[in-house]
Design a protein around this ligand. Structure first.
Ligand SMILES: Cc1cc2nc3c(=O)[nH]c(=O)nc-3n(C[C@H](O)[C@H](O)[C@H](O)COP(=O)(O)OP(=O)(O)OC[C@H]3O[C@@H](n4cnc5c(N)ncnc54)[C@H](O)[C@@H]3O)c2cc1C
Length: 390
């Protein structure tokens, strides 16, 4: 179509080089040794791990975040084109368009992930965002010279980044409208522990405040206080990158691409996986939204397998790990809330059990791996929690 240069050899095209895209390429190749496998990614870097970007990388404890050396892709005959943003998709023609080039495909896997959203407030453009390795490198550079930092948002990335900046010796304040981090999702007792873990790193958590404006001098809060700051990070949530899918007419729920438990989208030959997808979960019996590394990897592997003509379905219990300073918390849950919870203090750690009806629907652990493993089984088998609820 039009003046686009043609790049044809068909096979599978994967849009995105996050965990879903890379796992999709790997599993497709495992199931089909001959068809071309091409990844087109907006990212300028070879695929890397995102979880360390707010943790060890930001702290300065590691530079090594590569997922695989370049040779790994060559060995598998996976072609990866970087700095290639797909701006249009035509599912009728089976083609994507990137940088003035048309790429035809037999099957397509959309693994475009999500992008951070800047807060809608005056001066929002002064806030840094954290998603890519380039974002993290720029943030870390700035942290070398920053005299004081404000992190907006007490989700996991906000808590992790505040802790990492504090551990670098930067005075840092974590501000959020919620009184305690993740209170709604995890309950008050767990949220208090989370706040304590953040504060233990030397960061200062200030809940129950909203940022009204980001100025050159710092951050102005709705309680009249201004915090001086020359480094502001907004960790205020993400938006799935589904524009090209929506414009191509794929079925979406909000901004997520609706897929089955095989990651197949509403149009034949098109799959989606990871943060951009809303996949049907066979055990939960409903669609489950995830924003976790391992689940994106699992979904990518399923998409690659099914795109290559084999069959598999999403059955794993969603979950993630998070590290606030040296403390690692582990969580498994369907993500649909809970009716009752029970917090168990182990002295050097804790477990929180979450139940709905008579089935375990979540478990959060700190220094309690046996409970984490048990919780995963109970959630998968929809069995009750191992102790009475409060
Ligand atoms: C700082 C940070 C820390 C995190 N820590 C944890 C953690 O501890 N545990 C955990 O479970 N999860 C964590 N996460 C979340 C986790 O990284 C995501 O859930 C995961 O990366 C989602 O994978 P994905 O493959 O779906 O998308 P992404 O990893 O977002 O990858 C999407 C890819 O698509 C590309 N892309 C997007 N649009 C286009 C386009 N139009 N054309 C071409 N390419 C495109 C992007 O450049 C990117 O390469 C963290 C995230 C961040 C940012």
């Amino acid at each position: 179509m039009g003046n686009h240069a043609e790049v044809t050899n068909l096979g599978v095209i994967i849009v995105g080089s996050g965990p879903a895209g890379v796992a999709a390429a790997e599993s497709f190749r495992e199931h089909d040794s001959t068809a071309p496998v091409r990844i087109l990614t907006a990212d300028a870097d070879l695929p890397y791990a995102r979880p360390p970007l707010s943790k060890e990388f930001l702290r300065g404890a590691t530079d090594d975040v590569a997922l695989h050396p370049a040779q790994w892709f060559d060995d598998r005959d996976i072609e990866i084109t970087r700095s290639a943003t797909v701006d249009r998709l035509d599912v009728g023609e089976r083609a994507v368009y990137a940088g003035g080039q048309r790429h035809g495909y037999d099957t397509l896997i959309l693994a475009c992930g999500a992008a951070p959203v800047a807060p809608p407030m005056p001066g929002a453009q002064r806030a840094r965002l954290l998603r890519s390795l380039a974002d993290a490198a720029a943030l870390r550079d700035k942290a070398h010279t920053a005299t004081s930092a404000v992190v907006i948002g007490s989700g996991f990335i906000g808590c992790e980044a505040a802790a990492s900046l504090a551990m670098r010796g930067v005075p840092v304040t974590l501000v959020a409208p919620e009184p305690l981090p993740q209170e709604k999702r995890l309950g008050t007792a767990a949220a208090e522990r989370l706040r304590d873990l953040v504060n233990d790193t030397g960061a200062r958590h200030v809940g129950g405040v909203s940022v009204q404006e980001i100025t050159e001098a710092g951050v102005r809060l709705d309680n009249g206080v201004t915090i001086d700051s020359d480094l502001v990070l907004a960790a205020t949530g993400v938006e799935p990158q589904s524009r090209i899918a929506a414009e191509a007419g794929l079925s979406l729920d909000g901004s997520r691409i609706i897929v089955g438990s095989d990651m197949g989208a509403s149009t034949p030959g098109v799959y989606a996986a990871g943060d951009v997808a809303l996949a049907y979960h066979e055990v939960a019996g409903r669609r489950v939204a995830i924003e976790h590394w391992q689940d994106a990897t699992d979904q990518g592997a399923i998409a690659g397998t099914c795109a290559a003509g084999s069959q598999t379905k999403w059955v794993g219990v969603p979950g993630f790990w998070t590290s606030i300073g040296e403390a690692t918390l582990k969580y498994h849950a369907w993500g649909g809330g809970y009716e009752r919870s029970r917090f168990i203090d182990h002295g050097d750690g804790f477990t929180v059990w979450y139940e709905s009806g008579d089935a375990t629907v979540g478990v959060l652990t700190y220094n309690a791996d046996a409970d984490y493993d048990l919780g995963e089984r109970l959630i998968a088998e929809q069995r009750p929690c191992p102790m009475p609820m409060e």
